[in-house]
Design a protein around this ligand. Structure first.
Ligand SMILES: [Zn+2]
Length: 83
């Protein structure tokens, strides 16, 4: 994996992924679809990394932590385990 930022544009949807050192939390998601992950995550166990990454990716679709959000996170994590 390469550090820095990847700018992906598909049609009118822009998503930006940034990996950088963060002090307060493992990851964040802006309302404009920009995801930021702590570079220290790369040293964490894969299962934990998956949880953090899935959490932020689901936020691109669901901006809150409601029942739909939790159901999607659970579905993604279960899918990852059965692979
Ligand atoms: Zn969240």
């Amino acid at each position: 994996m390469r550090n820095g930022s990847v700018d992906e544009r598909a049609g009118d949807r822009a998503a930006e992924l940034v990996v950088q050192p963060m002090k307060q939390k493992w990851a964040s998601c802006s309302s404009r679809g920009r995801l930021t992950f702590d570079s220290a995550l790369l040293a964490q166990p894969a299962a934990f990394r998956d949880e953090v990454i899935v959490h932020e990716l689901v936020h691109l679709k669901v901006p809150n932590h409601g029942p739909l959000f939790k159901a999607l996170v659970r579905a993604h994590l279960q899918g990852a385990k059965t692979r």
